[in-house]
Design a protein. Sequence first.
Length: 323
Amino acid sequence: MTWYSITPTGTITLGNLTPVGQNSGLVGCRWPPNGNQLAAALNLPKTTQMWGPFWLHEKNLYLSVPQGVYTHRLPLRQNTKVLDLYRMYWQEKWQLHHQTTPDIEIEQLGGKYLIKSQDFRQLWEQGFLNQVEVQPLPWQTLTLSHNRREDFQVVEEGGLYAEKTILMASKWSLVIKVIGKGEPQKYGTLGAGATPIVTVPLENLETENWEFLGAEIPDADGAVLLTSALWSNGRTKTSHPYPDQHPPLAYLAQQGEPWQTWKTVSHKLTPERKLTPGEWLTPAGAIYRWHKAPITKSGPLLDPFNRHVWGYGHLWLFKENLI
């Protein structure tokens, strides 16, 4: 079980496909990369299990600020922000923390910032945390215009087509955990432009402080979604923002993002691969409450399509103590 950092050497273009069958690279850019893309880029053996991706900056592991987290004070600075944080809790309805000043304007922070893993844990246990440093999302979307690609490389810049591409902020990396036999390759490529990436084991960091992401909570009644999830109803072929086999009492989730895969059409004389109509990916940061959580150990939730192997749907369990 080893943690690894993944650092891109340039901009990365990952098609953000729409659920109506448009081609990738023309309608935006998805970020962060999903588990399938990372597994392919790292050439991960099928004998391994992946956690992540999460974020790494200055030896700290960062997570998406969950839904329901808010602050009293509107941030004034555009870069690093130090805020008083509170989280909502469920008791017949979603409620503000009891320390929240009545009739004061609040700002929801879920999905807009990243938070250190140790601060996230403390915030969830206490329900509030004063003077916490949160980080704006450490990437920006740029526009790449061209006329054509050849072998995935742009050969005519400044043309008709406009693609979106992602540029990571300096000193930031993705971070994953690999469990099982095998390890990722050190050098690989990611995205439509085959951007080189470098993968390095984090041998000199105190990664044992991150192991709470797999904590066992036998009496858990809630969970925070730490990585994006693909959950659907197999009978109706519809996407859900929660695991369909374990519907929660209540949940808070960001609007889903379009996600597509390739499927072999076998009923034709000549089988061919086509894009599926599309599913909706639930972004990291969703919150779920049950009478009793469907699992007792934190980690990627078992999936009938085995997507948990590549880190999808990582649930961090908790026992609600704010009621």
